[in-house]
Design a protein around this ligand. Structure first.
Ligand code: HEC
Length: 129
């Protein structure tokens, strides 16, 4: 009986999990540490966007709300990987979104992608209080 439940769960994960497969291979906890170090200053503690408490002026382009489910469902894991690794210019945006590829590894970038997925409102994660 319990074996059957386990295989049902496994099948469920395999079917439902497919769209998020790339993000799933990332390590969420590691991604959080990296996010705090490399992204938070511009994207906010919960991905909500600009929130500096210091006096530095915000960038001249809007900082997107990475916790917005409508926005994030349009962005594939590969797109997220590419913009984190190569910066805005790698995906046709501005260089105001800086590349992280020189300071963190590809594996770490997938960790950040996984963490970004956890920031989406209404999805299980830090925002889901
Ligand atoms: C110096 C500020 C800054 C830092 C640091 C920064 N970003 Fe950004 N990010 C931006 C800005 C500004 C944009 C919008 C760029 C544009 O529209 O040209 C952006 C865009 C993005 C987008 C694109 C969203 C979309 O709608 O296409 C993602 C995803 C993103 N950032 C994730 C990250 C992650 C993850 C990190 C950390 C590894 C990070 N950013 C670090 C400023 C920053």
């Amino acid at each position: 009986m319990s074996g059957r439940i386990i295989s049902l769960v496994v099948v469920g994960i395999l079917t439902l999990g497919t769209p998020g497969l790339a993000a799933q291979k990332g390590n969420l906890q590691q991604g959080k540490v990296l996010y705090v170090e490399y992204c938070l200053q511009c994207h906010g503690g919960r991905g909500e966007g600009w929130g500096w408490s210091n006096k530095i002026p915000p960038p001249p382009v809007p900082v997107p709300d990475l916790s917005d489910p409508e926005l994030m469902k349009e962005l594939s894991d590969q797109y997220l990987f590419d913009i984190i690794k190569g910066g805005g210019e790698a995906v046709g945006k501005t260089r105001l979104m800086p590349p992280a590829g020189r300071v963190i590894s590809d594996e770490e970038i997938w960790d950040v992608v996984a963490y970004l997925r956890s920031l989406i409102r209404s999805v299980q994660g830090p925002n889901n209080k």
